[in-house]
Design a binder for this molecule. Sequence first.
Ligand code: ZN
Length: 180
Amino acid sequence: MQNQTMNANVATKRCPYCGETVNATCQKCSHCGEWLITRYGKSWVKTYLLCSFLGCFGAHNFYNGKTGIAIAQLILTLTVFGSVISIPWMIIDAIIILCGAYRDSQGLELSRKPTIGGTAVFCALGLLGGAGMHRFYTKHVAIGWLQVFTLGGFFIWTIIDLILILSGNFKDADGNLIKG
Ligand SMILES: [Zn+2]
């Protein structure tokens, strides 16, 4: 009797994979072992920076557990001659990361939590010639490329974005205001 009362008070949900009823707070189904929440991998910012600076040595792939690919990139670069492959490979990986299409060794999307400070720093890079980073960071991928190729609307667009970010009026691609 006591047990039934307790069960009635526990919120439940149905696992979409096996159909069993599980506790609503469960992150992983206790019956079939499937994840019931969206999981994210490692940091998008760190992955991008590792790729930008050490990508030809496979640093971003080591970081994300893609060791086989990482070793291939490392060996290519260490042979010096192989750099004709590993450097373009690094650039392609950087583009994939910017587009939000990079996945780690478990197939997880990279995690990111844009703050006003971080987004502003990325935006300010536009004043040094590297426009659009804050747009990629907040998943505005198409606008990001437009800013890359227009130098951030000849800096004007970058400055407008910077004002929006610092005044707390900048939204990510999902429509959420960037805070914190
Ligand atoms: Zn299940």
